[in-house]
Ligand binder design. Structure first.
Ligand code: ZN
Length: 453
């Protein structure tokens, strides 16, 4: 969802100003990259309907990035540091420069050359000459290039010296002709470095603009929090309906149109406010309502026997839109929700929705007689399912994943219910409104997922 916000805002701005949208994979950390991520991002953007004009990988420009790094070294803007990682960190904390930063060009060039052959991972880094005394910790001689021996998903073992995100993103934005780079706010401190690199190389500077990262109350979007939940099997995967991932939202029945409207309704805000999930739900409800077939579903079923019933009935699939009808073969044995018949007495009347009135003739076991279709506003209306026609399915009901900082162990409720057999004729992925319950998306023949009220 975090990516979705960025992509939608980027696309809208590009469209508004006649610009172009570049989909670029900053793939210069081979340890963190997998081809599945490329695929997942493309699938997600397609689903959202985000169109881009160009796709590229930062790793396509490795030779150019080396050239620019060497330019920094030659210009005295960067140096090679062979200090241990702990020393580098300690010096950063203590705002102290290391000996390497005093080395001459000859030493730097020699180390640069050895970086491609002799040095091992962790033995050398290229550091930008920032300011070890800067209040902005990002500026304390940050890493521009490092050795990573892992296999890259596209280039395999071809490269071992990899540019850092800070370095490559500045160069790439500049050479790709990016005019406006939108990033989430947690990168704000990195802007100083971004501009300093481009200044040192006398390259064109794009304008960087930040916006706040999208977050939902009780539903964290960061991978740092979500990944452990998956690894510890607290949720079933990235498409678990409790998660704010696109896969999960799709599975739950949230539409891409609603996500776009929602993101645009938040606008270009910088404030870190948590968005209420209900807003997304209510936008979604307006979109899915017209196409959602109305079906009967009964929880905690109670049996009821009714005499004098018509033999069949045709029900409309939607109260106002023409999305077809369905015929139900009736039978005297029905399921009704236990909740709905709790206080019934002999002589009471019930309205079976879409069918007609029933007068109770006996309560143990529950029996009644069909009493015609006349509308009587004062009698309770209930949904029902013919026992012979009933199909048992499971409904998953997701709720808030975290309560405060605590994982909510009860965040996924599962209920067994009876639905009309017409359910089995619907396509997977179809949105349904179970009457008097709420909207659900058909997940499989045996399972639906609760979307919202
Ligand atoms: Zn050093």
């Amino acid at each position: 969802m975090g990516h979705a916000k960025a992509a939608i805002i980027d696309e809208e701005y590009a469209r508004m100003y006649g610009g172009k949208l570049i989909l670029r994979f900053d793939d210069t950390n081979p340890e963190a990259e997998r081809l599945e991520y490329w695929a997942a991002i493309k699938v997600g953007l397609d689903w959202l309907g985000v169109k881009y004009h160009m796709v590229k990988n930062t790793s396509d420009d490795m030779e150019l990035l080396y050239k620019k790094c060497l330019e920094l070294i030659n210009g005295g803007f960067a140096y090679l540091c062979t200090c241990k990682q702990e020393t580098v960190s300690a010096n950063r904390r203590e705002m102290k420069a290391c000996k390497c930063s005093l080395g001459d060009l000859e030493q730097n060039l020699e180390r640069w050359e050895k970086m491609f052959s002799k040095y091992k991972q962790g033995e050398v880094i290229v550091r930008f000459r920032g300011d070890m005394k800067s209040e902005n910790t990002v500026m304390r001689d940050p890493v521009m290039c490092r050795i990573i021996e892992a296999k890259h998903p596209i280039h395999a073992d071809k490269y071992r010296v990899w540019p850092s995100y800070d370095f490559s993103v500045a160069i790439e934005d500049s050479i790709d002709g990016v005019t406006h780079a939108f990033r989430t706010k947690e990168y704000e401190l990195r802007n100083e470095l971004y501009y300093a690199i481009l200044d040192a190389l006398k390259m064109r500077k794009p304008k960087v603009i930040e916006f706040s990262r999208l977050g939902f109350e009780g539903m964290p979007v960061s991978k740092r929090i979500l990944r452990p939940l998956i690894e510890e099997c607290k949720v079933s995967g990235y498409d678990d309906p409790r998660l704010p991932t696109l896969e999960a939202l799709k599975r739950r029945g949230i539409t891409p149109e609603a996500i776009r409207k929602f993101v645009l309704s938040l606008g270009f805000t910088k404030a870190d406010t948590l968005a209420p999930f209900d807003t997304l739900e209510s936008l979604n409800r307006k979109i899915v309502d017209a196409d959602s077939i109305r079906l009967h579903m009964v929880r905690n079923p109670a049996k009821m026997k009714i005499s004098g019933m018509p033999s069949a009935i045709t029900l409309p699939n939607h109260p106002t839109k023409d999305i077809g009808t369905r015929e139900i073969i009736l039978d005297e044995n029905l399921y009704i929700e236990s909740e709905d018949i709790k206080n019934l007495k002999t002589g009471d009347e019930l309205r079976l929705m879409g069918l007609g009135n029933v007068q109770i003739t006996k309560t143990e076991p529950l029996e009644g007689k069909y009493a015609g279709e006349e509308l009587k506003p004062q009698i309770p209306k209930v949904q029902w399912v013919v026992q012979k026609d009933a199909q048992k399915i499971k409904i998953l009901i997701p709720s808030q994943l975290f309560i405060g900082e605590q994982f909510n162990e009860k965040s996924l409720e599962e209920i067994d219910v009876f639905v009309e057999s017409y359910y089995s004729q619907l396509k997977e992925g179809k949105e349904i409104q179970f009457v008097r319950f709420g909207y659900c998306r058909k997940d499989s023949v045996l399972q639906a997922i609760y979307t919202h009220k």
